[in-house]
Write a protein that binds this ligand. Structure first.
Ligand code: 9MG
Length: 272
């Protein structure tokens, strides 16, 4: 009998994941998709522009943000997922209840920024459903993670964390070939730590699971360009960072500007 498809077959390198935040306050898109109909239109446009999957989230994870209840998260994402029948979907959540409902509505991937540490039931939901899962590194929690992130060796510590979470997921019954890993740019990392992690992305790629990166519009990009108070980064810098990550082995790119990333990564891939 044939087993489930490996994530690298479903998302060949490079694949683009479009971001649809159904939140009032997302750091990078300022709540433009808070109305369900706007979120649905954005998701459809991203798919038309070449996104392999669209990541729908109802809880902000920007630095300083507070969590929301499962009911509120469901209230935000369910109408969007229902309306997107036929579009390949990922659910950005750390909650088992939200993931379960999203998978029922067709989500094929669970994007969990807590790497299965946030809700003890989430690993079981992923294992039982056979969904893909993204395990992301974060130091601390969104509310406080940028207060004073500290590492002796950022790349080594992120790699070791992801290796431990990969083992945890597999021990919980999730097939290894359904898992991708994410170093979590901007999640409990200074500008310097983010850039060191990008420069040493090969150490995460060496864990031999597909690597997903979210660099699009991240504040470190605005800050490296000279604005010490930047809360977002521009498209030009997002594209440069994505291409650098691709060169270092990243497979899946979580982005806001789908068309531009598809074009940049297609050119980069043609040169390989
Ligand atoms: C939800 N979210 C925000 N930023 C992200 C990133 O960099 N990676 C993943 N997997 N999810 C993210």
């Amino acid at each position: 009998m044939q087993g489930p498809a490996p994530i690298e077959s479903r998302f060949p390198r490079p694949s683009v994941m479009g971001v649809v935040n159904v939140t009032p306050d997302s750091f990078s898109d300022g709540g433009v998709n808070f109305r369900a109909e706007d979120a649905v239109a954005s998701a459809r446009r991203m798919f038309d522009e070449g996104a392999a999957v669209v990541d729908v989230g109802g809880e902000s994870t920007r630095p300083g943000s507070e969590g929301v209840s499962a009911d509120e998260e469901l209230h935000r994402v369910v109408p969007v997922l229902e309306a997107l029948d036929g579009i390949p979907l990922s659910i950005d959540t750390a909650k088992a209840e939200v993931a379960r409902r999203a998978i029922e509505l067709g989500a094929e991937l669970v994007n969990d920024v807590t790497a299965l540490r946030g809700d003890p039931e989430l690993a079981g939901v992923v294992a039982d459903s056979g969904a893909f899962v993204c395990l992301m590194h974060m130091q601390g929690e969104p509310r406080t993670m940028q207060d004073s992130p500290t590492y002796d060796d950022v790349a080594a510590e992120v790699a070791s964390f992801l290796e431990e979470r990969l083992r945890f997921a597999v021990d919980a019954g999730i097939a290894e070939e359904r898992i991708c890993l994410d170093p979590g740019f901007g999640f409990g990392k200074t500008v310097e730590q983010n850039f060191e992690l990008l420069a040493r992305l090969g150490e995460i790629v060496a864990l031999v699971r597909p690597v997903l990166v979210g660099l699009s519009r991240k504040r470190s990009l605005g800050r490296i360009l000279g604005d010490p108070d930047a809360t977002t980064g521009p498209l030009s810098a997002s594209l440069a960072a994505a291409v650098e990550a691709y060169e270092r082995g990243a497979a899946i790119f979580r982005v806001h500007d789908v068309r531009e990333h598809v074009e940049a990564l297609t050119v980069s891939a043609a040169l390989r």
